[in-house]
Design a protein around this ligand. Structure first.
Ligand SMILES: Cc1cc2nc3c(=O)[nH]c(=O)nc-3n(C[C@H](O)[C@H](O)[C@H](O)COP(=O)(O)OP(=O)(O)OC[C@H]3O[C@@H](n4cnc5c(N)ncnc54)[C@H](O)[C@@H]3O)c2cc1C
Ligand code: SF4
Length: 333
């Protein structure tokens, strides 16, 4: 392993200063459950790690309007166990619990979870070419496109990269219209999710719209009545400790048999947590029936461009959308 230095920041200004002083190879360190793995594999080679888990961003606060402010250093297990999260935003608690394992969730932070990198096996194997891993220095190609791409994207991919974003939590946050608070050299700003993560285009090495050195300090979840009747479902190859083949975060408000409001986001289908806006538009005002749910799924998946090895994901996503919405429509209010 290459040598690196460890620094511990006590506040956001200190973290920014440490990162600035250390230069471009420095990285923020959350729970380390993704970054340290990538360092062991030689994918990430930071000269300095700036630990941001001791910053005062470790609380979940209820906002006066019924929303939540979740500190970036909150551990995934604390988020999933929070009473307000479980009662008002069940899809978020369920999404977090669907990820990784108990031990990993005890370490993983909200900021690190959003910034975790793809699980594409070519990306994590430094002996293979990969446009994303080489960070623009030497775009070496995308072997997944003609190789092993069973777990890869069916929506929004490019010639340069067909990887998916691995986070379960981010899918729920995309459905909830959450906003990320960040701070950097040019001051503080907010970035909505969806909008934080980006499609690969010609620059697959850029996972998000954040500038180098920008620090996530919190995520704000707005009040959302429809979220009370919501769920996160994840299809995977084994029941735990596995990333999604396809997942869905959905919320549904049905009155007098009609869909008044809904939120739908899909996971493991794109380089971003995929907000299914076409499906939502097709569903609002329609009868809460399997036909409407199927039509909504078709409206979204009409954009799908599966590869030969992952065409199964289109039908899987359709089934997951219909089944999840049907269950929510039948669930007691
Ligand atoms: C075996 C295994 C199984 C897993 N299964 C799942 C799964 O099913 N679903 C799922 O969603 N995840 C899964 N994960 C991934 C896990 O959720 C992530 O590793 C974890 O959420 C990352 O959080 P962290 O705090 O440990 O981040 P770190 O590893 O510390 O950091 C990750 C990245 O975020 C950056 N970063 C950290 N904090 C900040 C901040 N505040 N601002 C800006 N950048 C920051 C770091 O520089 C780094 O680039 C799995 C991981 C493992 C090892
Ligand atoms: S899909 Fe993306 S991450 Fe995977 S090999 Fe291709 S460029 Fe690399």
């Amino acid at each position: 392993m290459r040598e690196f230095t460890y620094e511990r920041a006590q506040d956001a200004a200190g973290a920014l200063a440490l990162l600035d002083a250390a230069g471009p190879s420095a990285r923020y360190l959350g729970g380390g459950t993704n970054l340290v793995d990538l360092m062991k594999l030689g994918v990430e080679r930071p000269g300095v790690l700036v630990d941001v888990t001791h910053l005062p961003h470790d609380r979940i606060e209820e906002l006066p309007d019924g929303g939540l402010r979740i500190g970036a250093a909150v551990r995934n297990s604390e988020l999933a166990a929070d009473r307000v999260v479980r009662e008002a935003f069940p899809l978020l608690a369920q999404a977090v619990l669907a990820g990784a394992s108990g031990q990993l969730r005890n370490m993983a932070t909200v900021g690190g979870n959003l910034m975790q990198r793809t699980r594409c096996t070519y990306f994590t194997d430094v002996t293979k070419p990969c446009n994303k891993r080489e960070g623009g220095r030497d775009p070496s190609g995308c072997p997944a496109r003609d190789g092993h791409h069973r777990n890869h994207a069916i929506l929004g991919h490019s010639e340069a990269c067909v990887a998916t974003h691995p986070s379960d939590m981010a899918v729920a946050m995309a459905a909830l219209d959450a906003t990320v608070h960040v701070t950097g050299r040019d001051g503080a700003r907010t970035v909505p999710i969806p909008g934080l993560h980006r499609l690969p285009g010609d620059e697959p090495w850029r996972d998000t719209v954040l500038s180098p050195g920008e620090l996530i300090t919190a995520v704000e979840v707005p009040p959302l009545g429809v979220a009370v009747r919501s769920a996160y479902r994840k299809v995977r190859e084994r029941a735990s400790y596995a990333f999604a083949l396809v997942s869905i975060a959905a919320a549904l408000d049905v009155r007098d048999g009609e869909v008044r409001d809904c939120r739908i986001a899909l996971g493991a289908v794109a380089h971003v947590p995929w907000r299914a806006a076409h499906a939502e538009d097709a569903l609002r005002g329609r009868p809460a029936t399997d036909e409407s749910f199927g039509a909504a799924a078709d409206a979204e998946l009409a954009q799908a461009r599966p590869l030969p090895g992952n065409a199964y994901k289109v039908q899987l996503a359709r089934n997951l959308i219909v089944r999840t919405l049907a269950d929510l429509a039948g669930a007691p209010a």
